[in-house]
Design a protein around this ligand. Structure first.
Ligand code: SF4
Length: 335
């Protein structure tokens, strides 16, 4: 957002935890950073292991902006950009193999975020430096297509490993015990690990997809209508992502079984893909001439902002995101 210069305090950081998600028994928090050029960058994180399939992370963000402390900053300003992205916060126990023939995983893609610090740029950069060193050494030896196992070994011996091991139970403890108690236990676990005591070991995760509960077990959520000043509908927000995909290309959102959305997702989970996608890509629409209230899933792939939520949160794991043709996707300014 461009905000009123009188309200801009360069360098000020605001973090929040819980509200308004506490009302839907899910977990997350918000951030608002006063950055250069009279702008603020703000966002809201909804943990994707939420149970209530009626939750809409996008609408939670709109509600969050209406909090008096946030609204006061935004009033008189205007939104200039919009985007969304999954944060892969599985921690050290979720880091995959990092090297394969001719390539490596580095940066955020490999999952190096330090969850309690809400920060991963430092680990991402360090992994890039280690990858660069391994790549330069391989090229010097004429091994361009080699699998750089040395990169992975060096990374797992680096301070990235030390730092991420200290905090590796933060997310699982919050997921298991909830926001309040989980945060306290996560803090205790981190202090214990500083003292070389490891009470919980390395805790495992469940998948976000399997955390999703049946729709009939949870209350639908009546989200407020956007006011067009602070809160907005999804599709006008998507236009501020400047996402673009070449026309007439195959859909880059693949359904393993095309019958699952209407056979399982809609009756059992009330079609959560229509809510968890921050770009309104998935829509259940009437079948023309269909019997009764027959529906089909329409995939507006051209709107996709490449957040990868659908690949992770679809209850049956039926959706796979693949790279679209032509380098399409969102075009974020200032990034
Ligand atoms: S289609 Fe999937 S990857 Fe694209 S914006 Fe929606 S949830 Fe994100």
């Amino acid at each position: 957002w461009d905000i009123d210069p009188a309200k801009h305090v360069p360098g000020r950081v605001l973090h929040t935890q819980g509200w308004p998600l506490s009302e839907s028994e899910s977990w997350g928090g918000g951030f608002l950073y006063h950055q250069a050029g009279g702008q603020v960058a703000l966002g809201f994180v909804t943990a994707l292991d939420y149970k209530n399939p009626h939750v809409s992370p996008y609408e939670e963000f709109q509600r969050w902006k209406q909090h008096p402390a946030i609204r006061a900053i935004l009033e008189g300003g205007k939104r200039v950009s919009y985007g969304a992205r999954v944060i892969n916060e599985g921690g050290w126990q979720s880091v995959p193999h990092l090297a394969f023939p001719g390539g490596v995983l580095a940066g955020c893609s490999a999952g190096f975020v330090n969850v309690p610090r809400i920060k991963g740029s430092h680990t991402a950069m360090k992994s890039g430096m280690l990858a660069a060193e391994a790549i330069v050494a391989a090229i010097a030896q004429g091994e361009e297509g080699a699998q750089l196992d040395g990169y992975e070994a060096n990374l797992r011996e680096s301070w990235i490993a030390d730092e991420l091991k200290l905090v590796q139970n933060a997310q699982p403890l919050v997921a298991k015990f909830g926001g309040a108690l989980g945060t306290v236990l996560a803090g205790a676990d981190m202090w214990a690990r500083y003292l070389k005591v490891n009470p919980f070991g390395a805790m495992a995760h469940h998948t976000d997809a399997e955390a999703t509960g049946r729709a009939d077990l949870y209350q639908p959520i009546a989200y407020p209508k956007p006011d067009g000043i602070i809160s907005f509908d999804r599709l006008t927000s998507v236009s501020f992502s400047f996402t673009n995909h070449e026309e007439d290309q195959p859909c880059h959102l693949k359904l393993t079984d095309p019958s699952v959305p209407t056979r399982i997702n809609l009756p059992r989970y009330a079609g959560p893909e229509a809510r968890y996608c921050p770009a309104g890509v998935y829509e259940f629409v009437d079948v023309p001439g269909g019997e009764g209230d027959a529906k089909r899933l329409q995939i507006n792939a051209q709107n996709c902002v490449h957040c990868k939520t659908c690949d992770i949160k679809d209850p049956t794991g039926n959706i796979t995101w693949v790279a679209p043709e032509g380098g399409g996707g969102p075009n974020y300014p200032n990034m």
